[in-house]
Design a protein around this ligand. Structure first.
Ligand code: SF4
Length: 357
């Protein structure tokens, strides 16, 4: 785990569970998988979780509970945003409910932090949280929380029985790379009890229309308004009261990174600004659109001639300049909006409690 994360939208990562398996094209160049099979290959939290292949390390599907790291957030006194299971998936099919319960017990105890859970297993997340009693935590998690608080050797001062469903300090999100993954995962996110719901569209591998998510055959949902429609405006109905609170977009990084067309990011930015939903542009990734070279230091000068080039389509090209150089400006501007939680903090575009900027 790491305090002071390099991930732009969080402060720290917490990895009580490590290990995973590939589920969709967005996983192909998984950073956590590569790390687990190279630099951390012999670390007890990663050993044996990957196997070698011609394309590099691949997850075996085994997952691991890192008990020694469970109470780490209780020892962080300063409030911060904490990305949970950044090197795995909390709702992976091999993770037993008992482990998830322990993670939730710690999140319920450490209410001075804001936890960010991101999954590609949206159905399991929905099933897990939907079994909780309305407006309350299951007794088993309250008991666990009190047990963990008691065992925490540093004189934990909090109240172990006060958390409710949904946890006020927990943001739930799904990641998706193309329209089909967004269609498959976002409806389950919207049906999951949560204080804040978000999506991470990274690595973005295709255009995504969040105003027309196919929740079921022939039925689209605007995830910003909750409006459900089937093409006939007279039939539009409310899908539910839940809507998205935050959208993160980013291109891919790493040696095998695939280019993200900047127009896909622009479209998502425009969808968010129209809806008044916070938009966070994390990075272009390794590649940048040729017309956007002019916003980089050195512009479109001769230094770019030796780089790799890739066509997005017949009319547009991208050039590989590296993640650091491509940066995170979109049309000359940084987009670092965050959800407002807890309110009030402006017009829905505020910073979370742990942010320093
Ligand atoms: S779900 Fe996440 S952690 Fe698991 S393989 Fe895919 S990208 Fe990696």
């Amino acid at each position: 785990m790491a305090d002071h994360s390099h991930i732009e939208w969080t402060d720290a990562t917490w990895n009580p569970i490590t290990g995973c398996s590939v589920v969709s094209p967005g996983c192909a160049n998984c950073y956590a998988m590569t790390l687990a099979g190279t630099r951390l290959k012999h670390h007890p939290s990663r050993a044996g979780l990957t196997q070698a292949s011609k394309a590099g390390p691949v997850w075996t599907g085994e997952v691991r509970f890192n008990e020694a790291w469970l109470d780490q957030p209780l020892r962080w006194r300063r409030p911060r945003m904490v990305f949970v299971c950044a090197h795995g998936d909390l709702f992976h099919e091999s993770v037993p409910d008992a482990w998830i319960d322990k993670v939730f017990a710690v999140m319920a105890l450490a209410q001075h932090h804001t936890f960010q859970v991101l999954t590609k297993r949206a159905k399991r997340m929905r099933q897990y949280l939907s079994t909780w009693p309305m407006n309350d935590m299951p007794d088993r998690i309250t008991t666990l929380a009190c047990d963990i608080a008691y065992k925490n050797g540093r004189g934990w001062q909090g109240n172990c029985g006060v958390a409710t469903r949904p946890l006020p300090n927990l943001w739930l999100g799904v990641s998706a790379e193309r329209q089909q993954e967004a269609d498959a995962r976002i409806p389950d996110l919207l049906a999951t009890p949560a204080s804040v719901r978000f999506v991470s569209l990274e690595p973005l591998l295709g255009p995504i229309d969040l105003t027309n998510i196919e929740a079921k055959a022939g039925v689209g949902v605007d995830v910003f308004s909750g409006l459900e429609f089937d093409g006939d405006p007279a039939d539009d109905v409310e899908f539910g009261t839940a809507t998205l609170d935050w959208v993160i977009v980013g291109g891919e990084s790493g040696t095998a990174a695939r280019p993200m067309h900047p127009d896909w990011a622009r479209s998502l930015r425009d969808q968010c600004t129209t809806a008044g939903v916070p938009f966070f542009f994390k990075q272009h990734g390794e590649w940048i659109g040729v017309p956007d070279l002019k916003q980089l230091p050195g512009g479109s000068g001769p230094g770019f001639g030796a780089c790799d080039w890739s066509p997005y389509d017949q009319e547009h090209e991208a050039v590989r300049v590296g993640k650091a150089r491509a940066g995170r400006l979109l049309d000359g501007r940084e987009w670092s909006q965050m959800p407002c939680s807890p309110p009030p903090c402006g017009e829905g575009l505020g910073v979370g409690p742990g942010r320093r900027r």
